[in-house]
Design a protein around this ligand. Structure first.
Ligand SMILES: Cc1ncc(COP(=O)(O)O)c(C=O)c1O
Length: 370
């Protein structure tokens, strides 16, 4: 394979299989909504969405209206949910591309009704904040009133009731079951009174953790891409990481003891060694906090990233008797030989979560979908 400066190889087969597995684990006929916001968590929204649909997802979700419009432009006809807050301009776009929207105030539902503009009925999901403390109404009475208001307005369709969990990824906590308990009475009401509406609550962690949270639909993001919502090993849930981040060895140079690599001289050789330069850096989303704090796989072996990560380069200690050479492929996330670096490992090294590692990859990293 010809060396390439920075490429994120995305295995669409893995996304498809992850969706099949998630879907096979759903209880009570629940459907799978693949969350493809933020450019599919950095994996590419359109190809990821196609793979997810091929794997059995029947809905797609985005955070924003332009993200929904991108999917429609690419010819995707699946049911589409825009989950985020909408300005009036965003609302017009969401309606124009026939996406479902989320509301939690009568101002929002009224705006949707008056802006329907011949595309009635606009499908609206009511968001009930059962303990996330973010978007949604935390007042059950207000949620019921909103549902009745939407159902009574012929320009709108009451399409769903939703909530979102704050701690689904913290096994054993008591907030998750408390949120579920809080959601259930309104969910039961909707199922009894509005059988056409879908009830949905679970993200990836909630889906993997609690079948009782599946309701009619689960909204899985991170697991679709083979990332573990619990920040451990995705294989434990039968998930395959879809993304590999690769660069190559652009230069190899001899370092004598005391010689330093990179800005600020944050690493110095303690013995004679060889240092390799990979032309990838924080300008590509390989974060500066990974300086002296990460590794790369080259020629089937694992080498420490040494020195400060700069915008366009990182340096790697190849050791005194390296087998690595200019032109070798370097894997920063993914597998090579018998070795493997998970996004979860990279995230742990810098005190973040795998979501942020893949979302951080900038447009300068070419996405190759295989
Ligand atoms: C409302 C909502 N539902 C579902 C998801 C998907 O979550 P996850 O990627 O943890 O599956 C998100 C993502 O943050 C979200 O904001």
């Amino acid at each position: 394979m010809a060396p390439e400066r920075a490429v994120a190889r995305v295995d669409l087969g893995a996304i498809q299989r992850n969706c099949s597995r998630l879907r096979a684990g759903l209880s009570g006929g629940a459907e799978l909504c693949a969350v493809v916001k933020a450019d599919g968590y950095g994996h590419g929204a359109v190809p990821s969405a196609k793979a997810a649909l091929a794997g059995g997802a029947t809905w797609l979700a985005t955070a924003t209206a332009p993200e929904a419009a991108e999917l429609r432009r690419a010819g995707m006809e699946a049911r589409l949910l825009v989950m985020g807050a909408l300005t009036h301009q965003d609302l017009d776009l969401a309606i124009e591309v026939d996406a479902d929207i989320v509301a939690w105030t009568k101002e929002l539902t009224d705006a949707a009704a008056t802006r329907a503009g011949g595309r009635e009925p606009v499908r609206v999901h009511v968001k009930y904040d059962t303990g996330m403390g973010r978007l949604g109404t935390a007042d059950e009475t207000e949620a019921r009133e909103l549902i009745a208001r939407i159902a009574g307005d012929e320009r709108l369709e009451f399409a769903g009731l939703m909530t979102h969990f704050a701690t689904a990824d913290e096994r054993g906590d008591d907030h998750f079951p408390a949120q579920l308990d809080r959601f259930r009475p309104l969910a039961d009401h909707v199922r009894a009174e509005h059988p056409g509406a879908v009830v949905h609550a679970a993200n990836s962690a909630g889906t993997l953790r609690e079948p009782a949270a599946h309701f009619d639909l689960v909204r899985c993001g991170v697991a679709v891409y083979g990332l573990d919502p619990f920040q451990e090993d995705p294989a434990a849930h039968g998930l395959e990481p879809a993304l590999a981040l690769e660069s190559y060895v652009a230069a190899v140079k001899r370092f004598e003891p005391g010689a330093s690599a990179g800005y600020g001289r944050s690493w110095r050789a303690s013995e004679p060694t060889w240092v390799g330069v990979l032309p990838i850096g924080y300008g590509d989303g390989w974060r500066r906090s990974l300086s002296n704090n990460s590794r790369a796989l080259i020629a089937g072996r694992s080498y420490p990233v040494v020195g400060t990560v700069s915008m366009d380069n990182v340096t790697v200690d190849l050791g005194p008797d390296t087998g690595a050479a200019v032109g070798d492929q370097a894997v920063l996330i993914g597998a090579q030989g018998g070795e493997r670096i998970l996004s979860e490992e990279v995230a742990r090294a810098i005190g973040t979560i795998n979501y942020e590692v893949t979302c951080a990859l900038t447009p300068r990293v070419r996405r190759e979908h295989v």
